[in-house]
Design a protein around this ligand. Sequence first.
Ligand code: FAD
Length: 395
Amino acid sequence: MTTLTEQTGTVETDEEFRARLRGFLTENHPGRPPKDPAEKIAWQKAWLAALFDAGFAGPSWPREYGGMDLPFAQQVIYQEEYARARVPGPLGTGLGIAAPTIIKYGTEEQKERFLRPMLRGDSVWAQGYSEPEAGSDLQALRTTARRDGDEYVVNGQKVWNSSAEIADVIFTLVRTGEPDSRQHGISYLLVDAKAPGVTVRPLKDLTGASAFTEIFFEDVRVPVADRIGEENGGWQLVRTSLGHERAAGAMNQAALYRRVLSELIELARDRGLTGDPLVRDTLADLEIRVRIMRLTGMRTISDIQAKGEPGPASSTSRLFIVQFEQDLHEIAVDLLGEYGVLGKKDPHAVQRGRWVWGFLRTRASTIGAGTAEIQRNTIAEQVLKLPHDPAMPPR
Ligand SMILES: Cc1cc2nc3c(=O)[nH]c(=O)nc-3n(C[C@H](O)[C@H](O)[C@H](O)COP(=O)(O)OP(=O)(O)OC[C@H]3O[C@@H](n4cnc5c(N)ncnc54)[C@H](O)[C@@H]3O)c2cc1C
C-alpha cells in the first residue's frame, strides 16, 4: 500500500511510513512522566499537542478534522509503533467514543467546534452514561433534561465516569422523554464540566487509584446547540459510540499486549522458569492468544472501513481482550510466587509491583465498557442470531 504524504506530497510505502513515524516518536519522546498529578496532565497535554501539530494524531480520523485518515495497513502500523514507543496515550475517553459519534451525527458547526480541540488534547472529554440504577440496562437512566427555551436544565447523577475529574466536556445521556420511555426518550448532550451545578467526586478503586468518579448535575443549563442528533433520538447514537469504544481499543490493546507479553516471557526466562514445560505451555497459550487478538483487531478496523461501523463483532474482540488481560496478569503473579504479590513500595517487589497492580486493575476489565455477560448476550443475539432473552425488556 502507498499513500501520498501531506507534508512532502510524495508517495510513501508502508515501511517508509513506519520509519517516519518511528523516527518522530523516538526523537520527540517526552521522557518519564512527572510525579505530581497536575504536572503529569500538563506533560501529557503537551505531548498530544506536539503529536497533533506534527500531523501524527487521529490515525482513523478524517483529515478535515485534523486526523490522518490512514489506509488500513498503516492504521495497524500506527498502533504497533505507538505501543512500541511507550509514549503517553490519549487523555479522557472522548477520542474513541464521542468523536466517531460527532463525526457521524454532529452538525458541521459541532464538528468544527469540538473535534480538533479534542484530538489535540486541549479539551478532555469524559463519558457520563452509567447511573446508580442504570448500568447494563442503560435504557433505564433517570437523569433528566427539561427544555427551557434554547437550553436544557439537567438534574441527576452519573457514576463510574473515567477521567471526569480532569474533563472539560462530559458527553452524557439524559432523559428528555417520559420517565418510562426507555430508549425512545433519551438524548445525547455535551455538558460543560465546569458549568455551575456540576460536581465531580473521585471514587477510589481496588488499586488505590481514583481512575473514575461520580458526577452530580443540579440545575445545570446546557445549550440546545450542544445536543448531538435529534431530541429523544440519542439511543441510536449510543449504539454507535459503544461499538466504537470496543473497536477503538482492539488494535491498540493487541499492540500493547504484544509488548507486555514479550516482557513477561523475558522475565520468566531471566528467573529461570522457562525450563518448566508447564510454564512454556502456559506462555505458548498466551502467545497464540495475543496473535489472535491482532488478527481480530485488524478485522474490526477493516469492518469499520468497509461498513463505517465496527458492528456487533466488536463485542467478540472486546471479550477476548479482557479475558486475555485478566489471565495474563493472573499467570504473571502466579509465576512470580510470593514476590508476585508485593506492591511497588516493597523493596522486594518485582518490577515495581507492575504485575500485581495489573492483576488488581484488570478485575474491572470485565465490567467497564459493558460487562462480559452483556458482551456474551450481544454476541449470542446479534452475531449468532440466537433468540432474545424473554426475561429481558424487548430491544
Ligand atoms: C474501570 C471502569 C470504567 C468505567 N468507565 C465508565 C465511564 O467512563 N463512563 C460511564 O458512564 N460508565 C463507566 N463505567 C461503568 C460501566 O459501564 C458499568 O459498570 C457497566 O455497564 C455495568 O453496570 P453496573 O456497574 O451498573 O452493573 P449492573 O448492570 O448492575 O450489573 C451487575 C451484574 O449483573 C450482570 N447483568 C446485568 N444485566 C444482565 C443481563 N441482561 N444478562 C446477564 N447478566 C447481567 C452484569 O454482568 C454484572 O455482573 C466504568 C466501569 C468500570 C469498571
